[in-house]
Design a protein around this ligand. Sequence first.
Ligand SMILES: Cc1ncc(COP(=O)(O)O)c(C=O)c1O
Length: 422
Amino acid sequence: MATSATTPNTLLLKNPSIFKPSTSGIHIFPITRATAAKPISIKCSHSATVVAPPTPASAQDRVFNFAAGPATLPENVLRKAESELYNWRGAGMSVMEMSHRGKEFLSIIQKAESDLRKLLDISDDYAVLFLQGGATTQFACVPLNICKPEDPVDYIVTGSWGDKAFKEAAKYCKPNVIWSGKPEKYTGIPAFDELDQNPDARYLHICANETIHGVEFKDYPTPKNKDAVLIADMSSNFCSKPVDVSKFGIIYAGAQKNVGPSGVTIVIIRKDLIGNAQGITPVMLDYKIHADNNSLYNTPPCYGIYMCGLVFEDLLAQGGLVEVEKKNIKKAQILYDAIDESKGFYRCPVEKSVRSLMNVPFTLEKSELEAEFVKEAAKEGMIQLKGHRSVGGMRASIYNAMPLAGVEKLVAFMKDFQAKHG
Ligand SMILES: Cc1ncc(COP(=O)(O)O)c(C=O)c1O
């Protein structure tokens, strides 16, 4: 796009005071906090208008976003990314423009991995991979890499995501659902000693936190077969609390809930499980290819990995996952208390002992008021409270980055709403 006002293309600046003519013919737009608050409209004769949106001047400009994912990110991480967007640490380019094989990006991915290792105390027996394709791709990767087509494997299904993982596995091995919460509408977790595990199963799969139903494992089962491993989809509670990684063969998680933007999938895998993929496994789904190439076999989601790295730094700066968990318990507690003390006006169907710290589903006794609840909350800057389309009701996702103030505001709103409609 031409930038000179003497060309046929035109520049229309709603805030002309920031337009500085330059002797070189290139016009420079100094974006400061004050000037950036006003939109700039750039129009070319042959293309659509490009509008640079105003930068929020302060945290008050932001909503409390209760979305299940992509989800809210920490304020200071966004600020840091904003400050480094145009020119990353003097590199003269943004992270989005860097070669994934250059020294700058290598330092970013290596730091992200080493900070994640610190956070979760991951030993050298495990590889950490930054992949693409979402947790959904892992539903296929896991069986393709861990077993042969005739191998039996066990799935505990505590919600929709576990069910999807099971169904995908059926294409690549012989999975069996050894427990399903479906008859109770996915409101519980089984007692581990009641599980009828297949002694020959190659692995036992769980979804550590069911994002839609708000059911979370507080402890983990052990596979009956001593040669088998426990595998967990931790997409929606990854890095929300300390986890003993050594109990698992594989942990996988999409980043877009607790640790970054969508587009990055993190896989933590015990190294001895790598290298046994079925012959039909596409290269992009073969853990060995990614482990041998330090997640750089092909072009990785560089900017997303950079953002995850900033989140990991932030979590370490908060004191690590022990401190993060304390905050998460406090936030969840005040929300569940508000529900339980509402005398039935609000109701959470999940068994108390396994309620998720991350995703809090609830219904209104007067279900006809649910749409109004969501609408009124949005007017007050609290968005994405509608429950998943498959279950209805409401859901507040309160991941690491949701501040306590957001939950307090929601609880105050719930009390007001009840006073008006109770
Ligand atoms: C627990 C869980 N597993 C898997 C997925 C699918 O993740 P993706 O969209 O990254 O494939 C989700 C998405 O919300 C999820 O919450």
